[in-house]
Structures are given as structure tokens and as C-alpha cells.
Design a protein around this ligand. Sequence first.
Ligand code: AHR
Length: 503
Amino acid sequence: MRVNVAIHRDFGVSAIDERLYSAFIEHMGRAIYGGIYDPDHEQADERGFRRDVLALVRDLKIPAIRYPGGNFVSAYNWEDGVGPKDQRPVRLDLAWRCKETNQVGINDFAYWADMAGMEMMLAVNLGSRGLEEARHFLEYVNYPGGTHWSDLRRSHDVPDPYGVRMWCLGNEMDGPWQIGHKEAHEYGRLADETAKAFKAFDATIETVVCGSSNDQMPTYPEWERTVLEECYENVDYISLHKYFGNNGKDTLNFFGKVEETGRYIQAVAGAIDYVKAKKRAKNDVFICFDEWNVWYHDREKDTRRIKEWDWPVAPPLLEESYNFEDALFVACLLNEFIRRSDRVRIACIAQLVNVIAPIRAEKDGPAWRQTIYYPYQMASLYGRGDALQVAVDAPRYDCRVADDVSFLDVAAVHDAKSGIITLFIVNRHLSESADLNVSLTGFAAPKLAEHFVMQGHGLNETNGPDHQDKIAPAPGSGVGVEDGCLRGKLAPLSYHVMRVNVS
Ligand code: AHR
């Protein structure tokens, strides 16, 4: 198939907020215990965190990390996780029917996030608790000293406050499964009062209010409108969550879920615009897509297991094995976030280690990269700068979730500092290669600087502890600049990162 892509220097989308490449990690399964933290592992540092896991996390250059949940946060007492470890209580975690040992709490996690070079984005419990505990937590975390909660932190060997700027006001409060689930208007009121108190403490704090748990919820998108009408002026972001799967074994329909996500983003942006207009508000609210990933391979099995088990400590849970098809999907989804970076400012892959994660940490073995690690890494490393509009003229297809889906999925980012345009391209066609022609108008003498490609794998192929680089980017060939245009042949089912020097 022939494909033309047009990019023009003067037609941009938005400056990309680097937090578009953030991550999420929760106290569940082996994400924290047996994931980032495992004092018995040979790779553990003096505080019990695995060095090999940390190295893989660092290579992703993740700007921010959302913590500690997730569903877990809705019945979590943050005070249980501070102070001497031998005095911390073991509690029941009602979200995942496990025991929480509290051996990792805010100060331990902050140490790890700092080593990984990530800013923390903390969620407060607005399920079983409320404004009172949330403001105590804020004071413990962010106030320098001389007050009850800040002095408690100082007594825990943390003299300086963390200065956490992003705060999530609960988690998925629309979900009936959530401990302390609320109706839209009651949650909206609570979120408003909590956000107001946080901003009274420090006006530069950014708050994230819970949108729907996904776009299939019966209360979506009325939830967004009602909640925002209660709290619009005191919030900076509204969250979106969406998990994806190819249950029907229909690859093109799976890829079509990226278009469905575009509609979801557009609808929530519409709710934001409606409430802003209704309230004659001056502030803007952006989207924080703070949970996204593929999650379906073992989902039903895991749901059954949770119901049956007897409150274990850190059992393996949601340990999805990702294949090549999932990597292609993740590449397309990240492209959608870049294309909608005008509204989506923050996005978090859910999660980071072991639990629906790009990184797997074997109990007594190595840490390794799953297939989806790579498109996430490529976007994080090279997707910084200004998102450009891309006009794509390619054959299209209809599927169950969307019509008129382009076989070629493209996003483009211009980094003015380095003078490089990065094109992220997926040829989603199952059998046809694409004869690509990209015109780059308004840019001087383009030269192809680098080309990475993932291709030639079976859709069901996976990586593993002893072959973590099997499905990974390799240097590409067959693409070059002719007459100022980027031209080449892209194999069916292939992912490309083309870095073009235009300085
Ligand atoms: O990431 C797993 C779970 O998915 C999170 O705890 C919850 O927020 C979502 O439903």
C-alpha cells in the first residue's frame, strides 16, 4: 500500500508535558514486595531495594510515579508505613484480599523514587478516610518542621520535606468495587473540599480528581460532568483509566481500540469545556491518563484466584506476559497520547514492575524487559518536545470498535533543542508493507540520523528472563531521505522510530 504523510513546521499540536511518560505502581501482588523491594534478593541494596530492577527503571527515564494505589489506597492508612519497621502493623488489604506488611511506606518509597530520578505523584485515601487524614499526610510529606506531623517525619530521619506537587484525590471513586465508593455529587464535594484544603496549604499544588474508571462504566460520562461541576475551580486534572485486550483474537479490532481511546479523550475534553463554560471559569483542567495498559491475558484467572485465596502476603498477581502484538498496541496508544498532548498532560503506564508491567522481577532470578518495555522507552526517550500535526493518507479499515482506522499509525515530535524530529510509526496492516513518503515542509535539509525497528516476530511471541532482547528495537534499514522527503518500505506489523535531523 502507498502511504503519504505530511508534516509542516508551522502546524503543531502542543508542547509535550514530559509527564506524559509517567508510571504507576501500587501495593499489590509483587509490585512493591518482591518487585522493587526484596531484602532477601542478592541484588538488594542496604535498604532492601533491588538494584537490577532499579537499573531497568532508570533506563526508562520516567519523569513521575503515581503511588501507592490504585484500589489499595482506598483503605490504606499512610501512618502504618512510617517509623521503625519492626513496629509497623500488618493489616488486611481489602482491595486485593492480601496482607499488607507495611515494610514499605512513604519514606521508603520516596528514597527509591529519588534513586530512580522520578517525581512522586501521591494518591490520598478518600474511600475509607477523608479530608482530615489527607491533610495530615500532606503536612507530614511537605511541611518543613515545627508542627505535629512534620516533626513526626523529622523524627523518622527525614529532615527535609519532599515538596510533592501532584496529588490524586482518591482512586476510581465511581467503581462499586472501591472501598468507600461514592456517588458522583458526594465524591465531587469531597474532592472539592480536599483540593481546597491542599491549595490553602500551598497554592502551587496540583490536584487530580477521579474521572470514570473507564469509558464502559454506566455512569460515564455523566460522572465527569457532575464531579467537575462540584470541583472545577480547585482541580488541575481529571483522571482517565483504560485497560485493553484482544479477547476476540481480532488484531485489527484490538488496534482499533486506540481510536476508541481518542473518542474517550475527546468526550472528557468536551465535559471539561462544558463545565468551564457553564461556570465562566478562568482555569483550565487537563487530562491525567493515570492508568493505561494491556490487561487481559490472565485477567479472568486472577479474578477467580483473588476470591479463593486466604489473605496471602504479596502473591504473584496480574503477572501478564506481553507479546509482540501488545508491543505494537502500546506503541500506537503512546502515539495517540502524543497526538492529544494538547489535552492529555500526564499519563501513567499501569503498572511498572511485575503487576501488568513492562519489567518482570524473578523471585530468585534476574529482572528483565517485557516486549512493551521498548515502545514505552522509545516514547519516553525521544518523545519530548513539540507534538506536530500529522496528515496521513493511507488505506483504512472498519472494525467493531471503530470505523475508518488508518493502517498506518503516526506521531511526530520536534525537539527544537536538538533539531531532531522523531517519527513513531506502526504499520498495522497484517500482510501488506507500506511504501512510505513523508514530506517535511519548513524544515531545513532533513537527514536520517537514526532508525530503530521492531518487526518480523509472531504476534504471540514473548520475551523471557533468558531472552529479554528477543523482541526489541534493532537498527532499521531501507529508509532514507530523497528530494527532502523521507521514503522507504515498512514491513507489515512493524514499529519504527525514525530520528530525522532538521537543524
Ligand atoms: O492497576 C490495577 C487496578 O486497576 C488499580 O488498582 C485500579 O485503580 C484499577 O481498577
